[in-house]
Design a protein around this ligand. Structure first.
Ligand SMILES: [Zn+2]
Length: 206
């Protein structure tokens, strides 16, 4: 099983999970033309309907007739897919794709629910949000109202929260995703998460 990010930030999100035979896209907050030049998807999974996850959806539908799923347990080709709820300010899901390895993707969520923790602990490869650094967010150029929304348990995961959640993770590859441009940096995310979790992580940033 392979994972890659076409886009991963607060501006746009699009990920690819693939086995030898099957390509699964997660979210389309990126140019569909560029994605479709590189890969022929067998399905598109949507985590939630916020713009940074679906900005390319209408164009995608015109150029690709693969099935699109939102929060359903399904099988795509040889790959069963299990869904779980995230804790966001709109209906939102994460997904686990089960091939020869378990690949889990969990994006926007204000907290790690017990169900999400189970998926983290069982994953062989994990893509997980690490949206903001708590101290950088304090000084970010946002309204206090928006800061409170980001920090709330239906907002986003901080580097600190993600670090805590990864303490019991046994995945051999962990990718931090959806870093904020304003209130996080690659170095802060990596250092904070690695210090708290004791795990080594990669950062998706593009
Ligand atoms: Zn998002």
């Amino acid at each position: 099983m392979e994972v890659k990010a076409f886009a991963s930030s607060s501006k746009g999100n699009c990920y690819l999970i693939s086995s030898d035979n099957t390509n699964i896209l997660v979210d389309i907050g990126y140019s569909p033309t560029k994605v479709l030049k590189e890969v022929k998807p067998d399905a598109l999974l949507i985590t939630h309907y916020h713009q940074d996850h679906i900005s390319g959806l209408e164009v995608f539908k015109k150029h690709c007739d693969c099935p699109i799923y939102f929060g359903e347990n399904i099988r795509i080709g040889d790959l069963p897919i299990f869904t779980f709820e995230a804790s966001h300010d709109t209906e939102a899901y994460g997904y686990t794709v089960v091939g020869d390895e378990r690949v889990t993707v969990m994006l926007d969520s204000g907290e790690v629910t017990p169900e999400m923790q189970v998926e983290i602990d069982r994953a062989d490869k994990l893509i997980i949000e690490s949206n903001y650094d708590e101290r950088l967010l304090d000084f970010a150029p946002y309204s206090e109202e928006l800061k409170d929304r980001i920090r709330s348990d239906t907002g986003h995961l901080s580097n600190q929260q993600t670090g805590e959640a990864l303490k019991t993770c046994k995945a051999k590859e962990i990718y931090l995703a959806h870093l904020s441009e304003e209130s996080n940096t690659t170095a802060y995310a990596k250092q904070t998460v690695e210090r708290i979790s004791g795990k080594s992580v990669e950062v998706f940033r593009r």
